[in-house]
Design a protein around this ligand. Structure first.
Ligand SMILES: Cc1cc2nc3c(=O)[nH]c(=O)nc-3n(C[C@H](O)[C@H](O)[C@H](O)COP(=O)(O)OP(=O)(O)OC[C@H]3O[C@@H](n4cnc5c(N)ncnc54)[C@H](O)[C@@H]3O)c2cc1C
Length: 317
């Protein structure tokens, strides 16, 4: 079922989770071990992130180095299919522009369609680790909206291969990303929202947000979106803080602020167990307030911390 149908049919705030594919070499059971403790909350859907390849320099036996492309976390498509089979829950694969030529994207979409997956979260992806800013593949998309248009075309049976006539239509429900604290490259929120609106006008049916730690940022963002005419559901993305180093890492990597009350409480902690307690309590309060405000879904970035997320969600019923 499509994410948008889950939202339309819901009588209460839904729960969803986001997971990372395991590192290469691990088995699918590591995903089940991660998700099993969360299944009691009957998530409406589970997102699986996509990780592009990284350029690495590997030492050869003669002492010289060779440049190799390594994908540390392969398997988004396979994991989505496994989740759907194993739990009978809808999976939402993330699809990115980075590292993909448009024909490879088409193949990935066809595979997803064959597997009965009818949701995608369409993203640009971040710059490759060895690049200062995002560079598309020579035959790839530059912005999420370009990828979105390709998915919409396929939903209308329009394939890149021109000689495919009467190709079957796919039926993807398309989600996109939104940033309550603005995307870090956007000159201002207004411009960022202009591009978000363009994605919605092209066919995005809902928005999932970047994590935030101050609900007012989300409420103000939703208000700003509505006043710009962006009227699709906006799903809040939520993450528990579990270590002291995240005080600097989260603002650096995700370009988000931490409220002073939260950072002060974390700084007082003597170890990461105490930080986890503070982070759990903070996320419970955030979740309760969002649920009371009637958000469509509480979407949790589990990022290796299913137990913490479990402790949060079980406080909400
Ligand atoms: C919910 C969520 C899930 C994510 N999952 C993943 C994942 O699985 N894998 C991954 O690699 N990354 C993921 N990301 C990170 C995301 O890929 C990055 O934040 C990326 O930098 C931007 O992606 P986007 O889809 O918002 O890009 P875009 O919509 O393309 O926007 C990128 C920037 O360009 C601007 N812009 C947009 N359209 C145009 C245009 N037509 N002309 C000029 N400027 C434009 C925007 O304002 C913004 O500043 C996720 C982010 C979120 C919020």
């Amino acid at each position: 079922m499509k994410v948008i149908e889950h939202i339309r049919q819901a009588t209460d705030t839904l729960i969803s989770f986001e997971i990372l594919p395991p590192l290469k070499g691990k088995t699918i059971s590591s995903i089940y071990d991660h998700l099993d403790p969360l299944m009691e909350f009957k998530p409406a859907f589970i997102n699986v992130t996509y990780h592009r390849s990284e350029t690495m320099f590997k030492k050869k036996s003669d002492g010289t180095f060779e440049k190799v492309e390594v994908r540390k976390r392969p398997g988004t498509v396979g994991i989505c299919a496994a989740i759907m089979n194993h739990y009978k829950i809808d999976a939402v694969p993330h699809l990115i522009c980075g590292g993909f030529a448009v024909r490879e994207t088409e193949d990935a979409l066809i595979d997803l369609h064959f597997l009965g997956i009818d949701n995608v979260l369409v993203l640009r992806g971040d710059a490759a680790k060895n690049e200062a800013s995002f560079e598309p593949e020579p035959e790839g998309h530059r912005y999420a909206i370009d990828l979105l248009k390709q998915v919409v075309n396929l939903n209308h049976g329009l394939y890149i291969e021109e000689d495919i006539k009467n190709g079957s239509n796919t039926n993807f429900c398309i989600g996109v990303a939104g940033y309550p604290e603005k995307h870090f490259e956007a000159p201002n929120l207004e411009t960022d929202l202009m591009y978000l609106k363009a994605k919605v006008e092209c066919g995005a049916e809902y928005v999932t947000t970047q994590m935030f730690f101050d609900n007012n940022k989300y409420f103000e963002y939703v208000k700003a979106c509505r006043s710009e005419g962006i009227n699709v559901p906006i799903i809040p993305g939520l993450k528990p803080i579990t270590s002291k180093k995240q005080l600097t890492m989260l603002p650096k990597v995700f370009h988000v602020d931490l409220p002073a009350d939260l950072s002060k409480a974390i700084m007082k902690c003597r170890n990461d167990e105490e930080v986890e307690q503070v982070g759990t309590e903070w996320l419970i309060q955030q979740s309760r307030e969002l649920k009371k405000a009637g958000v469509p879904v509480l979407h949790y970035y589990t990022l290796g911390k299913p137990t913490v997320v479990r402790n949060v969600v079980k406080e909400l019923s």
